[in-house]
Design a protein around this ligand. Structure first.
Ligand code: DQQ
Length: 642
């Protein structure tokens, strides 16, 4: 492994500010010991962001005018909604469904190198993840026929490490009356005797959502190739008062205080999202409990509920049935109304089978999110080998459906994330890419103490930047910070002008998937707001408004949230770039932002990485380490070979 080191002195110098428009400065002598930063292109470039601001403003206005002219796209109904599940595609902003003139090479670049995706066609929710006889199994919502949602079956793949994958034949297809309109989402439970119980939602021949039981035909098959659907399915039907299309996505089961097994199912009453709980002793007969595990008025239908314990001070994950002192329970639900995954920490009472949030203001659907952009229908499982809880999430496309049909595939799974209780805040979870992804790290380059003056951009000459693992730490000049009386008290990532909007203490961070001329760039950044009482808020945001020149086809919004950066913490981020996906994690995984990015210029060898500071009033110092990432090995399992 090759590691380079550079310092701010290597990158910045007196000629830091270039004239507009952006034009890299001519090359300079490279200080002894510095990396070969200038070999591929000019070395020391630091330009004002004024141009960036103007260009952004123009494109920002253009995007918003488009929305105003044509009406918000979400008013139009797309795939899934009529069938009783949430919208499955990005509908575009214009409503005109214009398609950019993509070249084959542009579309080919969008396919990822180390994220799980099927060989072709449509995928959505992760289903029934589990570990069995040496293999991690992933099932997923899959359309074998097309790159759009429909004809939903269970795709199946196995992996030794959740990074390199082998595709297996379809696990379950819609072939019985109780799932004829789709083998929808479900979860696995491994019983103490090793039996595997799979509960899933079937959309029946009459479009009623029911819960079905399936189990492996041969438990001693490590690949779990064949699945038997229980003959007398369904095992749960919509109870009285519950709509036939508001009853879906059973969780992994857990053992209650009486020794019986429980399962939770998401539902809706009026506009209140709720979780129903059933109990069973034999996995074929289920009895509905009176009342609900929990519900939150006004949040709409809860899809893909997940319910699991976390250890308050532990470093390990917990089996789903664990409860007692030192344990909190996470309740997560996917909001059908806004298609975001919300979670809350709280107390599970095993005697009443109810759950109460620690903070009612941070309740499910109104408080914290697992991720602040494109991340939905997520599901955890307990990895009994490494004693950790692992989270998968469905990453949908942020381009229009006709583009997906052109490229022949749609959607990814996130890099699996470990889930831990954040002991420092006590209110957050920490989500972090599984350690196995680090096995793909190859050449690394490190830049220490890079000074980012207000209005500067610093190119990081690391070669092509389409597959990266980046770890960055920022330090804001403390004297200026302390002296500042007030700055942007009411900041909000989504309603801000994005990375082009200049404040006293932000934005600063990274530009990923940018080209040399900055015609396309995706900023992922911090923004600090300071109140008159001396308190700070740190925001972690990403700005898609200039991520692609294909403006009519792709999502161009600005996303993000507050992330607690505690007194002894500097703003830190980790970013995984893998072609059309960028996964960002700040403060050790307290806040995550996953975006889909579709550049037309910043692709292949033209994709670049920059540091920037667009604050007006503060110097920022950055230390950053960047690894190139190898591709994962993802191909069909050689079933015909011995
Ligand atoms: N996807 C499945 C449903 C679930 C939805 C259908 C969430 O079971 O509610 O493909 O994306």
């Amino acid at each position: 492994m090759d590691t380079h080191h550079a310092t701010s002195h290597d990158l910045l110098h007196d000629e830091a500010y270039a004239p507009l428009p952006y034009s890299p400065l001519p090359d300079h002598p490279v200080p002894a010991g510095a990396p070969a930063l200038g070999q591929r292109r000019p070395l020391k470039v630091c330009v004002t962001l004024s141009l960036m601001f103007l260009v952004s403003l123009v494109s920002f206005i253009r995007v918003h005018v488009t929305v105003d002219n044509d009406g918000p796209s979400m008013e139009r109904e797309g795939r899934g909604v009529a069938q009783g599940v949430s919208e499955k595609s990005f509908l575009g902003f214009s409503g005109r469904r214009l398609s950019y003139n993509w070249t084959t090479a542009m579309l080919a670049w969008q396919r990822t190198a180390f994220h799980f995706q099927p060989e072709k066609n449509w995928m959505n929710d992760p289903d029934g993840p589990l570990f069995h006889m040496g293999w991690y199994h992933l099932f997923y919502q899959y359309n074998p026929d097309s790159a759009v949602w429909g004809n939903i079956t269970w795709g199946h793949a196995v992996s030794r490490d959740m990074i390199h994958w082998l595709y297996l034949p379809l696990a379950m297809v819609p072939d019985r009356w109780f799932d004829l309109n789709g083998v929808w989402t479900g979860s696995a439970t491994i019983l103490p005797n090793g039996q595997i119980i799979m509960l899933y939602t079937g959309d029946t021949n009459d479009s009623v959502q029911v819960q079905n039981l399936a189990y492996p035909a041969n438990l001693s098959d490590p690949l779990l190739l064949h699945w038997i659907k229980y003959e007398n399915n369904p095992v749960m039907v919509p109870p009285a008062g519950i709509g036939s299309d508001d009853f879906r996505d059973p969780t992994t089961m857990w053992v209650g205080a009486d020794g019986n097994w429980r399962v939770a199912v998401g539902s809706l009453v009026n506009t209140t999202g709720i979780v129903l709980v059933f109990q069973t002793t034999n996995f074929t007969d289920f009895e509905l409990f009176d009342g609900e595990l929990h519900g939150v008025p006004g949040t709409g239908m809860w899809e893909c509920v997940d319910f699991y314990p976390v250890s308050i001070n532990g470093v390990y994950g917990l089996d789903t049935s664990a409860h007692g002192p030192g344990i909190k329970h996470v309740l997560k639900a996917s909001m059908d109304d806004n298609r975001h995954d919300y979670y809350a920490l709280g107390e599970y009472d095993p005697m009443t089978d109810t759950w109460t949030p620690d903070d009612p203001e941070l309740d499910v659907g109104i408080g914290l999110r697992l991720d602040y952009e494109r991340y939905y229908a997520s599901k955890t499982f307990y990895d009994q080998v490494k004693k950790r809880r692992i989270l998968y999430g469905w990453i949908s496309e942020g381009d229009i459906e006709s583009d997906d049909l052109k490229k022949g595939w749609a959607s990814l799974q996130s890099i699996p994330r470990t889930v831990l209780h954040d002991n420092k805040t006590g209110t957050y979870l920490l989500l972090w890419p599984i350690e196995e992804v680090e096995s793909l790290r190859t050449n690394s380059t490190e830049f220490e103490d890079v000074l980012l003056e207000p209005g500067s951009i610093v190119p990081l000459d690391i070669g092509s930047a389409s597959q990266l693992d980046i770890v960055a730490e920022f330090e804001v000049d403390n004297e200026t910070l302390e002296a500042m009386v007030e700055a942007d008290v009411i900041y909000n990532c989504s309603t801000s002008a994005g990375a082009a909007g200049r404040g006293a203490l932000g934005p600063f961070g990274l530009l990923v998937l940018a080209d040399d001329t900055l015609s396309e760039l995706t900023p992922i950044y911090f923004y600090i707001a300071k109140d008159t009482d001396g308190s700070y808020k740190t925001f972690f945001c990403t700005d898609l408004s200039r991520s692609s020149l294909a403006v009519d086809d792709v999502d161009q919004r600005i996303y993000g949230s507050i992330v607690p950066a505690l007194d002894d913490e500097k703003p830190t981020m980790r970013v995984l770039v893998d072609h059309s996906i960028v996964e960002g994690f700040s403060q050790g995984g307290r806040s995550c932002i996953t975006t889909r990015v579709y550049p037309t210029e910043a692709i292949y060898g033209a994709a670049r990485l920059f540091l920037f500071n667009n604050a007006t009033g503060v110097n920022v110092t950055a230390s950053i380490k960047i690894w190139e990432m190898a591709s994962a090995d993802i191909h069909p399992y050689p079933l015909d070979q011995p």
